[in-house]
Design a protein. Structure first.
Length: 154
């Protein structure tokens, strides 16, 4: 069920722990900015999480090549989290960053339940355009299955 809150209702809620999934898209960085603003106003703790999707590997004979590809992919995802930390630091705030692996929607949902986040703030569209055509958007799955409030940023 989708509930629409007005500003006074939103501010009356306590958002101590905020989860921000980031994928390097502009919308995900806008979501981080919104979370940082919330942190400035309410003192919320922010965790930025990036989920590395499983790389579809049909057949790569060279173990060295496979290792190099996976390492480059991991580095790219870690750079997204480093950028998030830098954005927070420039605003005088600190955040926790975490790199996870798996299906983004499932991993985000599982992690938000396990860690009991109060809200997930995320971009309404991310980087996975091809996957959205086949599986539907990550944000759509989070909105419909999250155990906590979800704020989508466009």
């Amino acid at each position: 069920m989708l509930h629409i809150l007005d500003t006074s209702q939103l501010m009356s809620l306590v958002f101590t722990n905020v989860l921000v999934p980031v994928d390097g898209s502009e919308n995900s960085y806008r979501a981080l900015d919104a979370a940082l603003l919330l942190s400035e106003k309410l003192g919320s703790n922010i965790t930025a999480v990036n989920v590395m999707e499983q790389v579809p590997i049909t057949h790569i004979e060279s173990e060295k090549l496979l290792s190099e590809l996976l390492e480059a992919y991991k580095k790219e995802n870690q750079e997204i989290l480093s950028k998030c930390s830098k954005i927070a630091t420039e605003k005088g705030l600190s955040i926790k960053t975490l790199l996870l692996q798996g299906n983004p929607a499932s991993v985000i949902l599982d992690y938000s339940k396990k860690e009991k986040f109060d809200i997930v703030i995320m971009g309404s569209r991310g980087m996975g355009k091809f996957k959205q055509l086949i599986l539907g958007s990550v944000s759509n799955k989070i909105v419909h299955h999250s155990p906590c409030a979800v704020l989508l940023i466009r």
